[in-house]
Design a protein around this ligand. Sequence first.
Ligand code: NIG
Ligand code: FE
Length: 412
Amino acid sequence: MAGFVIENIGMLATPMGTAAKYGEGQGEVSIMRDAWISVSDGFIEGVGSGAVPKAENTFDAGGGLVTPGLVDPHTHLVFGGWREHELAMKLRDVPYLDILAAGGGILSTVRSTRAASEAELIDKAMLVLERMLALGVTTCEAKSGYGLSLDDELKLLRAAVKLDEMQPIDIVRTFMGAHAVPPEYIDDRDAYVDLVVDKMIPAAAGMAEYCDVFCETGAFTVEETRRILLSAKDAGLRPKCHSDEINAIGGTEMAAEIGAVSCEHLICVEPAGIEAMSRHGTIACCLPATSFYLNAAYAPARAMISAGIPVAFGSDFNPGSCPTYSLQLAMNIGCYKYRMTPEECLTAVTLNAAAAIGRAAIVGSVEVGKKADILIWDAPNLEQICYRFGDNLVRSVFKNGELRSGATSHVK
Ligand code: NIG
Ligand code: FE
């Protein structure tokens, strides 16, 4: 399909533009009925309603909803093993940070990841990416952070580079060597921060675009995080920060001040953190499925929208706090628990998510000149995809103008 038209679109719903939307703009989604999209060489060439332009090939959207491909701006895609053995502890309400402090949690996954070869990690992540695509994700971010040694962190980043080339989803890489202090440095954490700054960041700079740090009690302090993110910035990696997931220790305020692109989680963000993000134009990358899975509170997304902060949703896919990659589920939870409208949720998983990983100029909306990353849904409108849950409502997935997953024709 070099050039073709998607016709019989009952409703085309998309945010518009090449930058993150905030405030009232978060919910301003263009709705076009009886629409068509023409595609040429992987890009969107035209969008309209009514009379369909002539084309060699047409694809019938069956009168369904069409949206941009989903963008997942926060995943921990590459890791070894799973952690179902922690379920019993979770049911006894053992706190997440206590599991980590006892050498489990992230550190358990570090052991499985170090034991896995690059090829094994790639095979495992390939299965995930295939399912993510079927669920409508056409671009995702992938963090390292389960290696925690120079060689193992580079193994994870190399795997992500290869995965990007092996399958349709575009993968944006983030170095997260400061995800936890590994056991061999537990008595000398300063030496680990030195290793991250002096060895890992320079080596990661060629393979990743972003650097993230877990700024949290039991992980990295605000001062350690600041040092790591500033040195990353010097090396050309744009800063991000896992902050206010469990305890508000000031990470959001610091990250916004040093120019972080986004802060992640924000479950317990305080008014000063909201004020700092609003002042510095930081994107709030909220992770609704993680709150659900940790049985934690929900980030104050409405307050952040009111403060003029663009809100994006990520899956946070990882083997501990959020073993799902369904952004459709994130939309359901975002709608019901953050009290965001379906339009605001759509922007959160498309244009704002793209902005959080530096891709808003080329993906995140259905507009002339952007990549033809397009979803056809088994749903007639936007409300339905936030209202029904626990299913995959994506029928067909186009990536770069090619049908890469799902049904080839409409099934009633
Ligand atoms: O974003 N909080 C830090 N990192 C991940 C969880 C990692 C894990 O539990 O393995 C998160 O929730
Ligand atoms: Fe995360």
